[in-house]
Structures are given as structure tokens and as C-alpha cells.
Design a protein around this ligand. Structure first.
Ligand SMILES: [Zn+2]
Ligand SMILES: [Zn+2]
Length: 188
């Protein structure tokens, strides 16, 4: 996802990129749950122009996440659609305080603020990969649910209450691991 800086003028230029599942897996490999979570591919549209030395990026990304429901453990797809704006000013001789930020500026020509809406650029080419990665990562739900009213699994017998019913008595379980234990027992 490269943008050549010298081709950015004061009239907006449209660029399209694709974030593939393979690209995503490579970048977040350390987190297995995250790594399996992107449905292929996410489309990234960017319009870029300059005002003086500052670069303005306006864009949107669109695709879907491939998630596991926290209640019924089924996989489901969640469409994502997110707009973003990013204003970049020349880094000049500034050096990011954190080593990771300094490394990214050197390798990608880009340094991002924590809010992901401003940053610095350096050199003849900007690589947007890290920025897109951060934006996508923020779209992952903390508690994935296949649907708002997912009924989950029976904590006794483990059946999916969305599709089946059982005659187990309702138990009040205090342990969030009870469901998993039931499942494990059933798999033996
Ligand atoms: Zn569910
Ligand atoms: Zn049951």
C-alpha cells in the first residue's frame, strides 16, 4: 500500500488497495485469534491531496471480519465499513520518542499519532500498511456475538440453544469456564 509522495498534488487523487487475509495473518501472526479474523479481502479507498507540505488522506475501508461468537462458539461474519482521515506533516528532523515509532518512520516513511488521525511522513514514499492494520484491529469487537440475542450453549449438555433445545434444568453457573468444561467432557 504505497503512495509516492512526489505524485501528490493539490488536486485529490484516488487510490485503491486491498488488504488480503494473507497480508493480515502475516502482520498479526503473534495473536492467533486476531490472525484468523479477517475475511478476504478488505478494500481500502484513499483520496490524497496536499496543501503546502501537508498531506491529506481521506478514505474508507470495507470488508468483513470472520469471528467466533463468545456465547455459542460458532463462526460468523461481520461486515466492516470505516471512514478515516489522516493529516501528515513532514517529519523534518524530528525523531519519534519510542523505538518502534522511529523504526516505522524509517521503514514506512510514516509516523502515526495515538489517535491515528495525524502523523509525520518522510522520504519519497509512504507505506500505509501499518495504518490500515491499526484501523482494522480497532474494529474487532471486545465481545464478539453472532447476534445480539444469541442464546449460547447449554452449560449442562453443551447444545447450541439457538438451534436446539434440551431438557436440562437451568443452572446458575458462576464460572465462565463451565461451558467449555462441558464441551470438553462431551468431546471425550
Ligand atoms: Zn452466538
Ligand atoms: Zn442442556
Amino acid at each position: 500500500m504505497k503512495i509516492p509522495v512526489d505524485r501528490i498534488t493539490d488536486s485529490p487523487r484516488a487510490l485503491d488497495f486491498q488488504a488480503t487475509a494473507a497480508w493480515w495473518q502475516e502482520r498479526v501472526a503473534a495473536d492467533a485469534e486476531l490472525a484468523s479474523g479477517l475475511a478476504d479481502p478488505v478494500r481500502v479507498h484513499v483520496s490524497v491531496h496536499r496543501m503546502g507540505d501537508d498531506l491529506y488522506l481521506d478514505g474508507a475501508l470495507e470488508g468483513a471480519l470472520d469471528l467466533v461468537c463468545g456465547r455459542c462458539l460458532s463462526r460468523y461474519r461481520q461486515p466492516i465499513r470505516e471512514r478515516f482521515r489522516l493529516v501528515l506533516e513532514p517529519a523534518g528532523s524530528r525523531v519519534p520518542a519510542d523505538p518502534e515509532g522511529a523504526e516505522l518512520l524509517a521503514s514506512s516513511g510514516l509516523h502515526l499519532s495515538d489517535e491515528l488521525d495525524t502523523g509525520w511522513y518522510r522520504g519519497s514514499e509512504i507505506r500505509l500498511d501499518r495504518f490500515v492494520q491499526e484501523v482494522i484491529a480497532l474494529l474487532f469487537p471486545v465481545q464478539p456475538l453472532c447476534r445480539e440475542d444469541c442464546r449460547g450453549l447449554c452449560p449442562r449438555c453443551g447444545i447450541d440453544r439457538n438451534t436446539d433445545s434440551c431438557s436440562c434444568e437451568e443452572v446458575r453457573t458462576s464460572s465462565p469456564f463451565a461451558v467449555l468444561e462441558t464441551l470438553r467432557d462431551r468431546l471425550r
